[in-house]
Design a binder for this molecule. Structure first.
Ligand code: NDP
Ligand code: 2IT
Length: 460
């Protein structure tokens, strides 16, 4: 480990050595976990000036502690399909950090789910949740279960089996999951039902993203997408740009994408394209978000079907090429690493002005480097998409108080949270020598609050 006394007179060298040594350890301990290492690497790079200015964090071993989860739960999920065949999936919950409050973060059902993806998502959640200013710690969970082509009853049975094991580790003051990819109101409903069945009685505060008729917050469904656009609008405004009159591409057509499109359109933008994992739809005159809702939320169908309602739109097989279209603002809202260097090159060539990440870590580091080089405005996920978890925390408050706020009240609070996050990112970036860099700003502002809580709570 770094000998602090030896290098104390050169704070920059001390900080660099410390970050380097801890990262090497993290790499060794988490070998092969590429998404987790990608997420930690970005944080480490941003935090050098913090350690140079505050060497006491080094003495407290903050980075070593922060990169090791409190605990990881993995378990077998056995379930029976409609034909009576038994299937086995793997369930996960990574309870990463509880310095600021109960573990909080979504549940993802997608065949790509593995430990590295769970850990990267839970790790990002530490900083995101801290940025919201609300009393929530960080976790993430899920399963490699693929909800596509499953019947309602199969999904219910899977969720019941998943929750039978996971319920042991949850509670309103312990760990409060919500949705993420493949998990929406329906799945949260089944999780709530099974938890209540096991524990007896009705406990509204163990999940967020519930149906507003049964303890959910109004405005939660819209919160991540709306919040991303609120954050992006703040960033654009600072630079004399606006959604109004802009051409926007939104990837995905799920929860985050749909409400990002809705708010961007409300602010006067034209959304020209959106996608799912099969392909993208494109219409220079603008995508109609009500049709997207009808196809995805009501019919549960693929985005390809959009052409049935709007024959002027084009459908292109394969989702990656959505970034070859020309736009002013790109909102990647589907999944991690969906926008790579080649995509960034095309977007920049086509006149891109700004990117805001609605999904978690959708841009690769190489893409982000290019954006920076070309002075493209860039809003990182942990700040830009924090509106979802922020309204989840509001749902927890409403559940505790046994009351519910109106849609307008929630939306106003969401707007305020997003403006505050933007201001604190800018302020941290400025204070630590990277004015205007929202990546560095978000990482530092998110880190400081958690690090100070860790110092105050003692070594554990
Ligand atoms: P949904 O399941 O509602 O939608 C996901 C969308 O992304 C679908 O259109 C899906 O297409 C597409 N997609 C998913 N995986 C892939 C893939 N591997 N390749 C291409 N397309 C893919 O999820 P959400 O909208 O809730 O989540 C989207 C992103 O936003 C995720 O990164 C999530 O972590 C993040 N996020 C979500 C929050 C929330 O409140 N829900 C909060 C903050 C961040 P298809 O249907 O074909 O699979
Ligand atoms: O990535 C995320 O922030 C979410 N999936 C939402 C988490 C939550 O607890 O609302």
């Amino acid at each position: 480990m770094t000998n602090i006394n030896e290098t104390y007179n050169d704070p920059k060298k001390l900080a660099n050595d410390y970050v380097h040594e801890v990262y090497e350890e993290v790499k060794k301990r988490n070998a092969g976990e590429s998404e987790f290492l990608q997420a930690t690497r970005e944080i480490f790079d941003s935090l050098r000036p913090v350690f140079a200015k505050n060497p006491h964090y080094i003495e407290d071993g903050i980075l070593e502690r922060l990169t090791e989860p409190d605990r990881i739960i993995t378990f077998r999920v056995a379930w029976e399909d409609d034909q009576g065949k038994v299937h086995v999936n793997r369930g996960y919950r990574v309870q990463f950090n509880s310095e600021l409050g109960p573990y909080k973060g979504g549940i993802r059902f997608h065949p790509s789910v593995n430990l590295s993806i769970m850990k990267f998502l839970a790790f990002e959640q530490i900083f995101k949740n801290s940025l919201t200013g609300q009393p929530i710690g960080a976790g993430k969970g899920g399963s490699d279960f693929d909800p596509k082509n499953k019947s309602e009853r199969e999904i219910m049975r899977f969720v019941q089996s998943f929750m039978t094991e996971l319920s042991k580790y949850l509670g309103p003051d312990l760990d409060v999951p919500a949705g993420d990819i493949g998990v929406g109101r329906r799945e949260v409903g089944y999780m709530t039902g099974q938890y209540n069945r096991i524990h007896g009685g009705f406990e509204p505060g163990v999940f967020t993203g519930k149906d507003p008729n049964y303890g959910g917050s109004l405005g939660r469904k819209e919160a991540t997408g709306y919040g991303t656009v609120y954050f992006a609008e703040e960033m654009l405004k600072t630079n004399d740009l606006h959604f109004k009159g802009s051409k926007v591409i939104v990837s995905g057509s799920g929860n985050v994408s749909t409400y990002a499109m809705e708010k961007a359109i409300e602010l006067g933008a034209t959304v020209i394209a959106c996608s799912d994992s099969g392909g993208y739809i494109y219409d220079e005159n603008g995508i109609d978000v009500e049709t997207v809702k009808q196809i995805k939320e009501v019919e549960g169908e693929r985005i390809k079907k959009y052409r049935k309602y709007h024959s002027t739109a084009k459908y292109v097989e394969g989702c990656e090429d959505i970034w070859s279209l020309s736009c002013d603002i790109a909102l990647p809202c589907a999944t991690q690493n969906e926008l790579d260097e080649a995509a960034a090159v095309k977007l920049i060539e086509n006149g891109l002005k700004a990117v805001a990440e609605g999904a978690n870590m959708p841009c690769t580091q190489e893409a982000i480097n290019l954006f920076k080089e070309h002075k493209i405005l860039f809003a990182p996920a942990k700040a830009a998409n924090a509106g979802g978890v922020a309204v989840s925390a509001m749902e927890m408050s409403q559940n505790s108080m046994r009351l519910s706020w109106t849609t307008e009240e929630v939306d106003e609070r969401l707007h305020t949270v997003m403006k505050n996050i933007y201001a604190s990112c800018l302020q941290a970036a400025e204070e630590y020598g990277h004015p205007g860099d929202l990546v560095v700003g978000a990482n530092i502002a998110g880190f400081l609050k958690v690090a100070n809580a860790m110092v105050s709570h003692g070594i554990r």
